[in-house]
Design a binder for this molecule. Structure first.
Ligand code: SAH
Ligand code: SF4
Length: 346
């Protein structure tokens, strides 16, 4: 069954046809401005609410809700109608409040170091299912205001292309988030990056690079065998040329694998040729990948090495590790084939 957040403003109007004209505004205000669950939009009459609720049951059921970092990080596990689960993470920082949303249940890309990739794919999410994740975050963030949405949860957003495009448009048009505050992270689906560049969407693109030589990247990111670094470079060039925006590369630092001096040189050359920003993330532990993340000392040395070569590089601090809510740790995909990983509270 569809979520009411599947609907654009024009489509919502059709649901309240025959009602007084102000009903649409009340419904719209309740759902989008106040981020209320349909049940709580008390400005509209009970009977209408009941009719809409029967037509649009919530598409996400909370299966787990855990907090860490003294309440600054919160993770929800949501069960979908088909019984698979997805995860959403809300993070409060000094200067912003960010929600990390899932774009698919699981992921088919199979990156070796990523828990979602290790668990496999169990289905696409709809526009409404992604927006409902954002709405949970808006409600939970209050009185703070949700400021950023990042597509860095489960799944590959560009492998659920139409949904991603539609969600970005609505978050911009309806929630008022700007391109700087909307980030889509991709493993590097080159043709989809080129197509996305031409959509004229307000978003920031992050590309998960992790290696700047094909041999290592083939190992870490299987999609590299299909779209190797040279092809990805072409797509990134198109992105920059068409949108006029910079992009950033994500790099999970893995001990002895992609944190060597040679890796600094390779990454510097690749990033500089595209004037890209580099975001370093110390690898988070996952059950299916036994190599460790780089030490804190090596992370700093690596960053300094990049900076010396003129790269704009920053280290992203890790949130939510203790509740398996950090980058790459989302994996409670439950379906017939897979065992779920229990969520422990911090
Ligand atoms: N599929 C998209 C977005 C979801 S993954 C992508 O791959 O970009 C979000 C980010 O988490 C990506 O940069 C991914 O490479 C990173 N990531 C995956 N596993 C990780 C791990 N174990 N430690 C740190 N980062 C990880
Ligand atoms: Fe999928 Fe991204 Fe994980 Fe790769 S890193 S398996 S693309 S979620």
């Amino acid at each position: 069954m569809a979520s009411i957040y599947e609907y654009s403003k024009e489509e919502l109007a059709t649901l309240v046809e025959g009602e007084p004209g102000y009903r649409l505004d009340q419904l719209w205000h309740g759902l989008w401005t106040d981020a209320l669950d349909l049940e709580d939009v008390t400005t509209i009459p009970k009977t209408l609410r009941a009719r809409l609720r029967a037509q649009f049951p919530p598409s996400l059921e909370v299966a787990n809700d855990v907090a860490s970092d003294h309440g600054a990080t919160r993770k929800w596990v949501f069960r979908l109608e088909n019984d698979s689960t997805i995860e959403t993470v809300l993070m409060h920082y000094d200067d912003r409040v960010t929600v990390c949303v899932s774009s698919q249940a699981g992921c088919a890309m199979g990156c070796t170091f990523c828990a979602t990739g290790q668990a496999g794919f169990s289905g696409q999410l709809s526009v409404g299912q992604v927006i409902e994740q954002v709405m949970f975050a808006v409600r939970a963030a209050a009185p703070a205001r949700l400021s950023n949405v990042v597509f860095m949860g489960m799944g590959e957003p560009l492998a659920n292309y139409a949904t991603t495009v539609s969600v970005v448009r609505r978050l911009h048009d309806y929630l008022g988030l700007s391109a700087r505050h909307l980030t889509v992270s991709t493993v590097g689906v080159a043709p989809a990056i080129e197509r996305l560049a031409k959509e004229g969407l307000p978003l920031t693109l992050a590309v998960s690079l992790h290696a700047a030589n094909n041999e290592t990247r083939d190992e870490l990111v299987p999609l590299n065998r299909r779209y190797p670094l040279e092809r990805l470079h072409e797509a990134c060039t198109t992105w920059i040329d068409v949108t006029g925006r910079r992009l950033s590369f994500e790099w999970a630092l893995i001990d002895g694998v992609n944190d060597t001096d040679q890796a600094i040189d390779e990454l510097s050359a690749y990033a500089n040729s595209l004037d890209a920003h580099v975001n370093l993330i110390p690898l988070n532990p996952t059950p299916g990948y036994l190599v460790r993340g780089s030490s804190a000392k090596r992370v700093t040395e690596f960053r300094d090495g990049l900076v010396r070569q003129g790269v704009n590089a920053t280290v992203r601090n890790t949130r939510g590790r203790s509740i398996a809510a950090a980058c790459g740790q989302l994996a409670t995909v439950t379906n017939a084939k897979r065992r779920s990983i229990p969520v422990r509270s911090a």
